[in-house]
Design a protein around this ligand. Structure first.
Ligand code: NAD
Length: 482
């Protein structure tokens, strides 16, 4: 099966922070892969902008190095790399200074779609937006791209929205949550809205509860000082888990267009009940033979920042009242794994008296590893000896189902959507603010109390309290396993 490639118009993508980690690991390799499949027109250009003094040649060498490090070897051909590198240019420019702007202005062509990707720290988002405007570089067709952290709380998110929306219209602002670019996440929408099978069951009458898990095996060593100011709630729940919750819970939009989809997501966030501290669990990993503890990694023995969080979230609307969403994410857990599990109610009456265990079907949407979808079904245990039941998965791993067709990286899709001007997979300003309003309530509850995060073993599945959060509701978490 060959992927369909929709060509895009010529564009100029300016990457502020073009020499940084995100640019080298994600943005440049994604653009290269799009060029390889024919989606980058010959006139398209990528202009790196960063404050380090650098020539065009030196930047091109950096791009070449990034491609050889972060693009699969099979996709690296000399001719393609050369073609991509030739499309790259560089301007030395300090976001807070005056030099370099005129040079950047001269490099941009007036008749070509312009995208400014701010791959720099969030404190530079506002100043860069302002300077782009002051220097007259914002055309009606220009786009600006930003990525988390989009604020630290509701007040700072509002301030950031204001800074961005002074020079740019909302239709020009692309707030990336790269989870929305994942193939499986979009498949969640296809599964729900392109198949008649599940939608009639997609509500609290048939769904017992939903579990959303994003588990990471790595700790915070190396980025401890950043992480300690953020924590799992701000770093993961406010954005990624919230987006997964929205796509799982939202009503069918009337059309698959940016505002129709985002209106429905916003309604979900606004229907979330405030969460009492008793419906949350915070954890911090402790050393377990192998590695240091969270407190060692952040170098702060008194830190109360959570490296794990579990939450019972309730959505007060007709579809979901009575079916909670349990969210869980953490660092240094047993394995790296992300999934959404829709756990259906058990049969209303079992005609198999020897079976006493509850066996609701579960639809599991796996984001990683091995993106795919599994439906857990109950069947008869084969063989004679009475009516024993067992569970089997109906499994679809995308890599197998799509016959080896490569699943594109989330950034490839998102960057091309920026160029095409399609905001469906990007967060709107009001959505981000609503998510912060809900998150702030939880953070305030924690701050008001004196409890410390519960310790959990590095390499385990999180604190004991997280198990109890479900046990007390007569439920249990799915295993964290790869
Ligand atoms: P980085 O420190 O590796 O790179 C920062 C870049 O910004 C460099 O090119 C640097 O030259 C440039 N820069 C710094 N100050 C500047 C100034 N005053 N004027 C012009 N250029 C300046 O950082 P990174 O990891 O690439 O992250 C960039 C942003 O993306 C951050 O906000 C980060 O939170 C976010 N982010 C990063 C990742 C990732 O995987 N690295 C993932 C998601 C979000």
């Amino acid at each position: 099966m060959v992927a369909r490639v929709i060509p895009v118009e010529p564009f100029e993508l300016v990457i502020f922070g073009g020499t940084g980690d995100l640019a080298r690991r994600k943005i440049l390799p994604s653009l290269y892969r799009r060029m390889k499949v024919g989606q980058m027109p010959p006139e398209a250009r990528v202009i790196g902008a960063a404050r380090g003094k650098m020539t065009r040649k030196a930047f091109q060498a950096l791009v070449q190095e990034a491609l050889s490090e972060f693009v699969a070897e099979a996709d690296q051909t000399e001719a393609d790399i050369q073609r991509f590198v030739e499309a790259c240019d560089f301007v030395t420019l300090d976001a807070l200074g005056t030099g370099g702007w005129a040079e950047l202005g001269k490099k941009l062509r007036p008749d070509v779609t312009r995208a400014f990707y701010l791959s720099v720290g969030p404190s530079l988002f506002g100043p860069l937006a302002q300077r782009l405007s002051e220097r007259g570089l914002v055309t009606p067709e220009s786009r600006i791209v930003v990525e988390k952290p989009l604020g630290h709380d509701l007040a700072s998110a509002r301030a950031l929205n204001k800074e961005l929306s002074t020079p740019f219209d909302e239709r020009q602002i692309y707030r990336i949550d790269h989870y929305l670019g994942k193939e499986t996440v979009q498949n969640l929408m296809a599964l729900r809205f392109a198949n008649a099978l599940f939608e009639p069951l997609w509500n609290a009458r048939h769904v017992d509860h939903v579990q959303i898990t994003v588990a990471e095996s790595i700790g915070v060593a190396g980025r401890g000082s950043y992480y300690d100011k953020s924590g799992a709630m701000r770093d993961m729940v406010q954005n990624h888990l919230m987006q997964l919750l929205c796509l799982t819970a939202m009503e069918p939009p009337a059309r698959f267009d940016p505002d129709a989809v985002r209106d429905e997501k916003l309604k979900v966030i606004r229907a979330l009940d405030p969460v009492a501290p008793g419906n949350t669990v915070r954890g911090q990993y402790r050393a377990n033979g192998v590695d240091g503890s969270y407190l060692d990694h952040v170098g702060n023995p008194d830190s109360r920042t959570e490296s794990f969080v579990a939450i019972r979230a309730d959505i007060s609307n007709w579809r979901w009242a009575g079916a909670p969403f349990y969210l869980r994410t953490g660092k240094r857990l047993r394995t790296r794994m992300s999934e959404i599990a829709i756990v259906f109610k058990d049969v209303p009456h079992s005609i198999f008296p020897e079976v006493d265990e509850k066996r609701g079907n579960a639809l599991v949407i796996r984001l990683q590893p091995d993106e795919g979808i599994t439906l857990r079904m109950t069947i008869k245990d084969p063989g004679p000896g009475g009516m024993r039941l067992t569970e089997v998965p109906l499994d679809m791993t995308f890599a197998d189902a799509l016959e080896g067709q490569e699943v594109a990286d989330a950034y490839e899709r998102l960057i091309m959507d920026v160029i095409r001007g399609n905001q469906t997979l990007f967060m709107r300003g009001d959505e981000v603010e609503a998510a912060w309003a809900w998150t702030d309530g939880i953070l305030a509850g924690w701050e008001a109390g004196s409890a410390r995060p519960s310790p959990y073993d590095a390499g385990g599945s999180g604190p004991e309290d997280a198990l109890l959060l479900l046990h007390r509701d007569g439920r249990r978490w799915r295993e964290i396993e790869g």
